[in-house]
Design a protein around this ligand. Structure first.
Ligand code: FAD
Length: 622
């Protein structure tokens, strides 16, 4: 035995999923070994240096609320913060940070090094040790066997990775890094189904060679917010991004490269992310558009390297270079690295339970891109959940599963396990049917009590939640009781074009009006300002949202309760689908494959209709 008798959990891969998995299991008390190919690329941002964005920002807040690390690390290392969609309803508000790529990775490594119970080993894992359909460890390239009670695989884009640039292709997990062989082959022998996906990244350029005066500046928010609910330091100074556009000349040059495109010539077989297409894909698919937006994003506080967001490409490097130089502001651009595409193996996630444990091999968990997802945030939250569940399994505790009405994380895992995915899966707000409940402002209220009960979220976090709840209740009470006389407000209401009042009314009634915000009221009612003075901005924001969206929130709460009732019909192992002739052929096949644990889960499997659910209910005696 090498180094250690036996670990509780071995995590393979130190990307966004692996880091969260290792931190979660270790912080819960498991003895963890993190095995990764290269300790200098821990938490590497393979593509854009940014965390969050629409629906993804909500996920980072959820990871944080449960006691994960990605939010804290982002706060400590970001160079710009924006709350996207502020003009829309609060369900759409989405935090997004521009990160310092190198500092982000360094902070993650420091965090893991300071986490008790995490050991490190730098090497490629070549296979799993499996005995009696149960994983018992891993085997490395040097032939070392590390034993453990559970294993979390988070290999990202590395499994049989194949990089394409024009007509050239070569094996690799990411630019300048080796790919990983052996694991897919062994898992296939064990009965797993594997698939192939692709993703791509744009070139990086030298910021000193760009002319920013020809671009539009995109500053961060005037007052930067943050991801963590803990008191991480506020971002005071920010770096701007810039916006420029492609044009007809750029498109013309790119088109010349089509004959050498690995995508158009069919050399790339894996399916890529539809919503994040390469620039050649965009000009091919939207031939009538004469320009596409390019976001020019600095990669850090001090580096001159710049990420050309919107210009992902696998065309030959000279074509990328010539086309780039026709973009306004890029006339003298010097390229640091070309864009490229990468194909890699993934495992259709219908082979997983809701805990992210595989159905075929006990105590083996998959998290991140290996499950067919894309994005750091999607990977991080799966890592967190797999780390928690691996720890719980090893210590004889209950599985930890989040419902669709509790978290975007619940939506993501439920979608993956029940519907699977043919193309890289990313989160959208539209995937969450209860999105008015799953806001970025209340992830702590939703999830910190759960993280605290697990032993992952700290007492400090829980106390902050209790305080926010107390303050929010007090603010609501103040709004319900604060009386306003017509004479105090009518002049102001008339000015706003809002109906005047004829008798004394409570503040809450005026706040319910769509065109009246809390600062409107406090600006003319010094008494209200005074009454609300003791409360923090988060409690004020929470109370206002609860007032303004009361009916929507109530409606979705009711729907969530109805959905939960279906979840209470536990069916796992109780039904013989083959003996139910009334089921449709497709439903029978899918039910046999997924083996849903509840009627609710069965209802969400694509191909299982309401009629099929009625059949199941009859068999359950309902
Ligand atoms: P990764 O971050 O890939 O980490 C995997 C880790 O596992 C690495 O540390 C690696 O060294 C290690 N590893 C792999 N195999 C082994 C082994 N056998 N033994 C030991 N260690 C191993 N996401 C987007 O949202 N939008 C994009 O546009 C986008 N473009 C991308 C373009 C490229 C070229 C790449 C490579 C990725 C892109 N991504 C994009 C995806 C994003 O990088 C991933 O979703 C995210 O990093 C996945 O996290 P992960 O933890 O699953 O895997």
């Amino acid at each position: 035995m090498f180094q250690q008798e036996e670990y509780d959990v071995i995590v393979v891969g130190a990307g966004h999923a692996g880091c969260e998995a290792a931190a979660a299991a270790a912080n819960l008390g498991s003895k963890v070994l993190l095995v990764t190919m290269n300790m200098n690329t821990i938490a590497q941002m393979s593509c854009n240096p940014a965390m969050g964005g629409v629906a993804k920002g909500q996920i980072v807040r959820e990871v944080d609320a449960l006691g994960g690390q990605s939010g804290i690390i982002t706060d400590k290392t970001m160079i710009q913060f924006r709350m996207l969609n502020r003009s829309k309803g609060p369900a759409m508000w989405s935090p997004r940070a521009q990160s310092d790529r190198m500092r982000f990775a360094e902070e993650w490594r420091n965090t893991l090094e300071q986490t008790l119970n995490v050991d490190f080993w730098q090497e490629a894992v070549m296979g799993l040790l499996v005995e009696n359909d149960t994983v018992v460890g891993v085997k490395t390239q040097l032939g070392i066997e590390f034993r453990s009670k559970a294993v979390v695989l988070t290999n990202g884009t590395f499994l049989n990775g194949l990089i394409h640039i024009g007509e050239k292709n070569f094996g690799g997990g990411r630019a300048a890094e080796r790919g990983s062989t052996g694991i897919t082959e062994q898992l296939k022998e064990l009965g797993f189904e594997a698939g192939r996906m692709k993703t791509g990244t744009p070139p990086r350029v030298d910021g000193r060679s760009l002319d920013y005066s020809k671009m539009e500046e995109q500053p961060g928010d005037e007052v930067a917010s943050k991801f963590s609910y803990l008191p991480t330091p506020p971002l005071v100074k920010q770096r701007p991004c810039y916006i420029t556009y492609t044009n007809a000349e750029v498109h013309e040059i790119l088109r010349e490269g089509f004959e050498k495109s690995p995508m158009f010539q069919g050399r790339i077989k894996g399916l890529g992310p539809r919503y994040c297409p390469s620039v050649e894909d965009k000009i091919n698919r939207f031939a009538d558009k004469d320009r596409h937006q390019i976001f020019v994003e600095p990669e850090g506080w001090s580096t001159v390297e710049v990420y050309v967001n919107g210009f992902s490409s696998s065309l030959p490097e000279d074509v990328q270079y010539r086309a780039l130089r026709k973009i306004a502001g890029f006339e003298k651009a010097k390229m640091f690295r070309p864009g490229y595409a990468i194909e890699y193996d993934f495992f259709p996630p219908t082979q997983l339970n809701l805990t992210l444990e595989t159905k075929q091999v006990r105590n083996l968990y998959f998290a991140g891109q290996i499950n067919g997802t894309t994005g750091y945030e999607e990977a991080a939250c799966q890592g967190l959940m797999a780390g928690i569940n691996a720890h719980n399994r090893v210590h004889g505790k209950e599985p930890f599963i989040l419902k669709r009405s509790e978290a975007y994380i619940g939506v993501l895992i439920d979608d993956l396990v029940n519907k699977g995915t043919d193309e890289p899966y990313r989160m959208f707000t539209s995937r969450a049917e209860h999105r008015i409940l799953l806001r970025q402002d209340n992830a702590d209220l939703r999830l910190t009590p759960l993280g605290y009960a697990l032993g992952l979220a700290s007492e400090e976090r829980m106390e902050l939640v209790r305080e926010k709840e107390r303050q929010t209740a007090d603010v609501l009470e103040t709004l319900k009781t604060f009386a306003i006389e017509p004479a105090e407000i009518n002049g102001f209401l008339a000015e706003l074009g809002s109906a005047t009042i004829t008798e004394k009314t409570r503040a809450i009634n005026l706040l319910r009006r769509p065109n009246i915000e809390l600062p409107n009221l406090t600006s003319v009612l010094p008494g209200l300002t005074l009454a609300l003075a003791p409360y923090g901005p988060e409690a004020l924001e929470q109370a206002v949202i609860l007032v303004k969206y009361e009916t929507y929130i109530e409606k979705e709460n009711q729907q969530a309760i109805r959905a939960a009732e279906l979840e209470n019909f536990v069916i796992q192992g109780r039904l013989d689908y083959k003996a139910m002739p009334a089921l449709s052929h497709e439903a029978r096949e899918k039910l046999l494959k997924v083996q849903p644990e509840t009627i609710g889960q069965a209802a969400r499997i694509s191909g299982v209709s309401p009629a099929d659910i009625s059949v199941l209910m009859v068999y359950l005696g309902r």
